[in-house]
Write a protein that binds this ligand. Structure first.
Ligand SMILES: [Zn+2]
Length: 441
């Protein structure tokens, strides 16, 4: 799905692309969900890629001397980098809200990330003490009344008192005469001592730490019986949504995500209803009916994006705000009065929609380098959902990097997991779970 107003040529097609568009007007403009959205199928990107590649090739031919020297420099740089013993890097530890606890220097060796002993102090316990026995290559850490013993070159970790042992996927090693601990020690072993849960994003080198179990909805006592409506956009043969140059269809991506979300949410005790279970066409009215019939407390519509600009990328969240940025054209005023009233009815849920949008933003930010944007707009498509409602666009099928992610089922699973965490975050902010500390007081 694309939003019509977003299209206002902030990214006018480059002259070359424009020519391609004129040559091959293969994209189709279609009104979606009555008049809330305008859907545009991206034109054949492959064409542009081929044309762009052609241009690049001829330019390369003209600038061959320049290219050779750049290549030479790159090889030179590569030789220097690959000969150094370990690469400098850093890992960022954040709290549950994405705020940085510490950014610690890391060493990369044979594609494994290692952190220094000092990182334990910076992230977990400033009072931790350590002792390293050089001849025996034995490292002892003392934290939280526990004594943790590690051996260089040995993946087994012993913990006293209790004589417990845990095995790391990689062993501690020595880099520049210093004992270094594999990242798994920080993501799998240490959090247990501090009653924390971790999320690890290896590609962005981020670790998120959060109190254990605090977000699981209790499902007992006064807590509301939560029902969430997931709406996979589009469906059927004539409403396929956006399409990538590789033939990946928006309707299929969002349905796969929705099904995964349903399964994962229900494992956490959150009831989820889908507006479509299969590849079928559903009207906007039918989708809202599913939400009403099941007394949903949250409506989340899933889509993918496409843009004329191949650079446009990232996850976007749209929420229905009748006072959002859309300006109605003055001559269409009278015709839209009825819709305006509908949009205003949704205003009662604005605060909750905003809260949920922020929960979703916090969780999804963990997955991306580009921060997730929230936009408030009057969305006719959501106006009759009498519950907090959002549209989530999980990426651009017209962008090479986004397309690669969206084609990867593991990435889709990560997105689903982040959304489930956002559900938990949102639900527990409304129904704070009973915590043991509260009982003790
Ligand atoms: Zn869509």
């Amino acid at each position: 799905m694309r939003l019509d107003f977003e299209l206002r040529l902030s990214n006018p097609p480059a002259p070359m692309l424009q020519a391609a568009v004129l040559d091959k007007p293969k994209w189709i403009v279609r009104n979606e969900m009555e008049n809330g959205y305008t859907e545009r199928k991206p034109f054949i990107y492959q064409t542009h890629l081929t044309e762009l590649q052609g241009t690049i090739k001829s330019r390369t031919a003209r600038n061959i001397r320049k290219t050779v020297s750049v290549l030479f420099l790159s090889i030179f740089a590569w030789v220097i980098i690959s000969n150094s013993p370990a690469q400098e890097n850093s890992v960022r530890f954040t709290d549950a809200n994405g705020e940085t606890i510490a950014e610690v220097p890391a060493q990369l060796q044979e594609e494994q990330i290692y952190l220094s002993v000092d990182a334990v102090r910076q992230v977990f316990d400033p009072d931790m003490t350590d002792q390293y026995n050089h001849p025996r290559k034995r490292l002892t850490l003392k934290t939280k009344d526990k004594q943790i013993r590690l051996q260089i070159g040995n993946p087994v970790v012993s913990i006293d008192p209790g004589g417990q042992t845990r095995t790391l996927p990689t062993s501690p090693i020595i880099i520049e005469q210093e004992p270094m601990l594999p990242i798994a020690f920080f993501t799998q072993i240490l959090p247990d001592f501090y009653n924390l849960e971790t999320l690890y994003n290896p590609s962005l080198k981020r670790v998120q730490l959060r109190p254990k179990g605090t977000w699981t909805p209790t499902g007992t006592g006064d807590s509301i019986n939560w029902a969430i409506i997931i709406d996979p956009g589009h469906g059927g043969t004539d409403d396929r949504g956006c399409e990538s140059s590789t033939g990946l269809l928006e309707k299929d991506i969002v349905l796969a995500l929705a099904k995964r979300l349903q399964r994962m949410s229900e494992e956490q005790g959150i009831k989820v209803y889908l507006t479509r279970q299969t590849d079928t066409k559903k009207t906007h009215f039918e989708r809202i009916q599913v939400a009403k019939r099941n007394q949903g407390q949250l409506f989340l519509s899933l889509h993918c994006n496409a843009s004329f600009s191949p650079h446009e990328k990232g996850i976007k969240i749209y929420l229905n705000n009748p006072k959002g940025q859309l300006r109605f054209p003055s001559n269409a005023q009278s015709a839209l009065t009825g819709q305006r009233l509908k949009i205003l009815a949704q205003a009662n849920f604005l605060k909750q929609s905003q809260d949920f949008a922020h929960a979703l933003q916090t969780e999804l930010n963990f997955l991306t380098e580009t921060p997730v944007k929230i936009t408030e707009l009057p969305l006719v498509a959501l106006s009759e959902a009498y519950m907090p409602a959002l549209v989530l666009e999980i990426g651009y099928l017209s962008n090479v990097e986004d397309l690669e992610k969206l084609s990867d089922s593991e990435y889709i699973a990560d997105v689903a997991q982040a959304i489930v965490r956002a559900f938990q975050r949102h639900i527990s902010s409304i129904n704070p779970p009973v915590r043991s500390t509260a009982l003790e007081q």
